[in-house]
Design a protein. Structure first.
Lengths: 209, 209, 209, 209
DNA sequence: GCCTAACCGAGACGGTACGTCACGTCTTTTA
DNA sequence: TAAAAGACGTGACGTACCGTCTCGGTTAGGC
């Protein structure tokens, strides 16, 4: 669960609870239904609320009660599909970076995450709201982790002092992104993460090392 | 005009011409209309054929007569919005790469190209057809040019012999892509292209240089 | 209270009472709420159960617990709105008929009864159940009273022997109905009842009288 | 075709015709479909636009294009169901009145007209718009004809000079209305029209006749 | 200078999905 | 157990587009 748990559609709860509570089972059924449809290759354009409701065996109103938009719904789908943050070994900046990039590679390959993200990513970019949510809860934190690793690398001498860490980070992440988005022919082969990290670190390592 | 000029909707012309020929003015009006709508910030979801027809002062059938899909229409819109390939100075691999990356940066900034591409890029990825057309006529050729420049750089000693040119290319293009897509907060500031090229080349230059 | 008191929704009471008894105040609040809505000119189509519940500050289930249908509820609303049967003077058939018709005229004028009945009458006719209940408990008894008065008129010589009393009754009631339903422009002016009775009686009185 | 032919939904026709003209066949299919549903005993509450469209094999928009309301549609259904005005013999006021009342009786019996009118009449009364249209084009003209016949009856001595013709008309029409609306058990037997007319005329004929 | 075929605008057509609302049933907590 | 609150599946509402189809009215050759 990487995405923030702040769902806006929740009724203002001043009083403890009033009336029949919302069924969590229904909530899961809807999100699982969307994932199933995406995995089955249904084009995004055909992912109508009506079809989602039909698939989940649920009334349309039940969906609108929870999410005001298809966008809002997709934010929760992303949240459910998002893999956990990887655990960093901490042995060296190089090892941490490999783990981070490897998790990025895995995400590009993993069937569920890949199918869902690859499709929804597209929708995200065209929707400021959904993109903002995804950026704030997934992209930015991941970047912060990467920057922190690089900073530690500078401290312990693995990385040159005069390097622009922002640019270095982009040089690490960039190739993975290029191959995922622009070059679907390029295979995200095993060992790719190590090669990228080593190539970048070799160029930017302190001369005296 | 970078995109292929093969439009499938042209009527099978066995006889020279029969009846009134199609008006090129109408064609331009439609494409210009779509661009105007995109530039005006109309969300992609609201770009209905009906609205496009209304904007261009044109009948729906006139659009469907030319393009079978909204996708097909968008391919032509991309073709019209795509800037020319930049001219390479040829003085050195470094200079050529800077020009290539600078043109990439410009595209990310240019109002028209940016607005249109940034919006349509998204749709592209969700549409195999439109993405295939864009990849074949824009992405792949640009990459080929970049690879050729790098190869020449290897020949004249600007680039190490043992480097993976594919990966090097991605390390050059990647940061630009990361900043355009993932980090809209990051400014594509002037001089960025030079900094990227120099950083990568410095790390991967022959030791004896 | 003219309408039969047989409400079907009463729970089968074998044991004296179990649990919390139903609140009569709630019952009144619901019926009063419906009347208020009708008097306020709310169109019948907008008289949803949900709105009735909201108006009365009551849960929907509380309504469904008492009445299975909106129709059943309306029967009770009619019952509450129905004026008492008039008291007949008994001095003569003519006087009794005037009183009967006058009460009919009053009903057509009275704000509450009129608004409610005029609106609900319509719904009645489209609903066999509600119409049957209204006919059995209001229309038929009133007609029986009228027929009885006419029969006494025949006996005491106010009405000719050879007349079709059924038809005569319809000739008395008919004009009032015509003016209520077909000619809303026609005023139900004071003295109308007397004029109708006298006109009909004059034509059908024994010649030797 | 007794009802006025002024349909409000017709597009403002300043220019001769623009675009594809509306299909009259579709229009007929819709109206016929509604009649069929009513005759088949479908409750009025179940006569949804969606069902009407399904029955007629027509899109919902095609209905809304012609009629803004279900009410407006029903006005046209009434228009199509309304029988022609009867032709008056003109031999005497008595004969004319018999023909008028007989046509009223027929309407109450005729399967199509009866089923449709009896059901829609109800809806009419709850809808000021539809009732106004029906009153203006059916009820009022018929009444005018009846009044004219009575006036001629006064002139040629069939009817007393001092009688209130309005009231007399209601005494003629009233019994028919009572038996149609209030007493569905009462049969509209053959010869009923003659009996009513004769009974009323006998009472109100000039004494010297 | 006609003829004729295709184009053009407009908009009707059968559909599908939208987001809202009411239906009648159900499942909570509170009294 | 009643009562309020409100979630639930269902389905109609009226609107907007979809992509196809007619219309009347151009607008170009080719005869």
């Amino acid at each position: 669960m990487s995405l923030a748990d702040s769902r806006p559609q929740q009724p203002q709860q001043d009083c403890p609870v009033r009336g029949r509570p919302r069924s969590e089972a229904v909530e899961r059924a809807i999100i699982e239904g969307v994932m199933k449809l995406i995995e089955d290759g249904v084009p995004l354009a055909d992912l109508s609320i009506e079809r989602i409701a039909r698939t989940a065996g649920v009334g349309k109103a039940t969906i609108y009660r929870r999410w005001s938009d298809k966008e809002d719904l997709f934010i929760d789908v992303l949240r459910a599909a998002e893999p956990e943050d990887p655990e960093l070994p901490g042995t060296s900046a190089r090892d941490d970076l490999v783990v981070l990039l490897e998790s990025l590679r895995q995400r590009g390959l993993a069937s569920r995450s890949s199918a869902i993200l690859h499709n929804v990513y597209v929708q995200m970019k065209s929707s400021p709201k959904i993109w903002a949510a995804y950026h704030a809860t997934v992209v930015a934190p991941r970047r912060r982790i990467g920057m922190e690793v690089l900073r530690r690398g500078q401290e312990n001498g693995e990385v040159r002092q005069d390097v622009d860490l922002d640019l270095m980070n982009d040089m690490l992440v960039g190739p993975m992104l290029v191959r995922s988005l622009l070059r679907p022919d390029a295979r995200l082969e095993e060992g790719l993460a190590e090669r990228i990290v080593d190539t970048v670190l070799e160029g930017l390592r302190p001369v005296s090392s």
